[in-house]
Design a protein around this ligand. Sequence first.
Ligand SMILES: Cc1cc2nc3c(=O)[nH]c(=O)nc-3n(C[C@H](O)[C@H](O)[C@H](O)COP(=O)(O)O)c2cc1C
Length: 184
Amino acid sequence: MGKTKSSLAEIIRERRSIKSGYMDKEVTEETVLEILNDAIWAPNHGLREPWRFIFVPTKEKEDFVEGLVKTFSPDMQENRRNYFSQPAAFLIVVMEEDPRQKQWEENFGAVSSLIQNFQLLAWEQKLGVVWKTNPHIYDPKVRDLLNVKLGEKIVGFLHMGYFEKAPQVRPRTTAEEKWTVYRN
Ligand SMILES: Cc1cc2nc3c(=O)[nH]c(=O)nc-3n(C[C@H](O)[C@H](O)[C@H](O)COP(=O)(O)O)c2cc1C
């Protein structure tokens, strides 16, 4: 008989990226900060805490989306307006870029760990999240709009919104199938 799963293991397995079907319910600053203040306990080498956050609350979303849409070519704007209007709020995660490769990679690993913490904690509250890395995160016009400085990287836009129905689970390959035991 298999061992009973801990609630942590269950949440890790059950969490899905929520890409659509967001409810029309406000995502408050208080909720996001509460989740973030747990998520920031992610491992980060040298305790550099190489992150900062830009929150777009539900009530600012329409204005923000209009600004964002203007960074796209005119033929894309209607499509992007529909796309960005779906989530109830956004959290943009910004990383400090270190010129040294080792530190850069450590920082990226730390920010990624923080984002996964955030996704798991949000899931627990039925707040859906998807980590988006669309090309606009590299666009200088988008960086300007968000006041992201040289030496900083937008690691992702987290699209957020409460959800009712989780998407279908897609199976994962077991670790055994990707497993090698080193033998001398
Ligand atoms: C670094 C990273 C970047 C991602 N970028 C996108 C993206 O740009 N668009 C998107 O729809 N999903 C994106 N995702 C979400 C993945 O598509 C999703 O995690 C994957 O399909 C597995 O689904 P699950 O999260 O529900 O298990 C990204 C995930 C990661 C970890």
